[in-house]
Design a protein around this ligand. Structure first.
Ligand code: 8YV
Length: 320
């Protein structure tokens, strides 16, 4: 088993430093040097450490013939080709659970900000507009019907939080979640039609590409709000921008976009939209826990060829 480690894409600086200093990891260069680097070092690489931002596509994997594991910092791994990994017998690990609370907290904060227009109110005060007029009335959050797309760990944590706000919860997932007390909707459109706030908490990737399309957004309607802390790819962003501008939906709170870090210029001018820079898991505590789990996965693989938190698509039989 090759034990050489390769960093692919930018990492949290302390994690990158640990990998270089304590694991003697190499860093994949960009641009002109990449091909020569891979020709020299590709065959010796046993482990890759990356993030959901960069990931390992199939063509890179093909240049790493001894690869045994991809350790992903982050719960989302849609930038890594897990099918190619499975075919090659490459394990993929991610960092679930440790970020659930912060991502769910962000979803709730973003919802409150979007409906109550808190960020816009902050801008109002800073502009000095308060002296001239009172701030326009906004929308109440407590008691609103919340629909969650993707009732996994994060979706469930979001639901639990909104229950405390007296919000009736419904959801759509590929399958009905056994034992859940929340109302199941058979499609995203059915879900959107029956809620005031549609929260996206599903994973990204080809299976959920534009799951929330124009039809779903139109079903949410002029009084409805979209909150996305999942992946930009889940939403037809062009349709979203169009409907936000024309009043087809009431507002949106977005942490993720189709092509990060590009945010459509049309959204910048809208006060019914809250725009965050993909920060949902970004607290000192959670990022430290993600870093530790990344290293724990790597250590486990170096010790016995398994990982602590394998992604389901590439989980060997019998592993937990
Ligand atoms: C991180 C995330 O921003 O975990 C995920 O899937 O999107 C976020 O927690 C990201 O992984 C860090 O690059």
């Amino acid at each position: 088993m090759s034990r050489r480690i390769l960093q692919v894409g930018p990492l949290k600086p302390s994690l990158a430093a640990t990998l270089t200093e304590e694991y003697d990891a190499l860093v994949l260069p960009d641009g002109d040097h990449r091909a020569a680097f891979l020709a020299d070092h590709g065959p010796s690489i046993g482990a890759v450490v990356t993030t959901g931002r960069t990931g390992v596509p199939a063509d890179l994997m093909a240049q790493l013939p001894s690869l045994g594991v991809i350790v992903n910092f982050g719960v989302g791994y849609d930038t890594t080709d897990v099918e190619a990994a499975a075919e090659r017998g490459v394990l993929v690990a991610n960092t679930p659970d440790v970020l659930t609370d912060c991502v769910a907290d962000t979803a709730v904060g973003l919802t409150i900000d979007t409906l109550r227009r808190l960020s816009a109110a902050d801008r109002f005060v800073r502009r000095g507009d308060w002296s001239g007029a009172s701030y326009p009335l906004t929308r109440k959050v407590s008691g609103k019907r919340v629909g969650i797309v993707g009732l996994g760990r994060i979706g469930q944590a979001i639901a639990t939080r909104f229950e405390a706000f007296g919000c009736p919860i419904s959801y759509h997932s590929r399958r009905e979640v056994e034992g859940s007390t929340y109302t199941y909707a058979a499609s995203p459109t059915d879900l959107a039609a029956d809620v005031d706030i549609l929260v996206l908490a599903t994973s990204g990737g080809s299976g959920t590409q534009h799951l929330v399309d124009r039809t779903v957004l139109e079903a949410l309607g002029p009084e409805g709000y979209l909150i996305n802390i999942a992946r930009g790819s889940v939403v037809d962003q062009d349709a979203l921008v169009d409907l936000l501008i024309t009043g087809g939906i009431a507002g949106a709170g977005l942490d993720v976009y189709t092509e990060e870090p590009t945010v459509p210029a049309e959204l910048m001018a809208l006060d019914n939209v809250v725009l965050l820079p993909h920060l949902a898991s970004g607290t000192v505590e959670t990022r430290a826990a993600m870093e530790q789990l990344t290293l724990d996965n790597l250590d486990r693989w170096l010790a016995d060829g398994t990982v602590l938190t394998p992604v389901p698509e590439v989980t060997p039989r019998g592993a937990t």
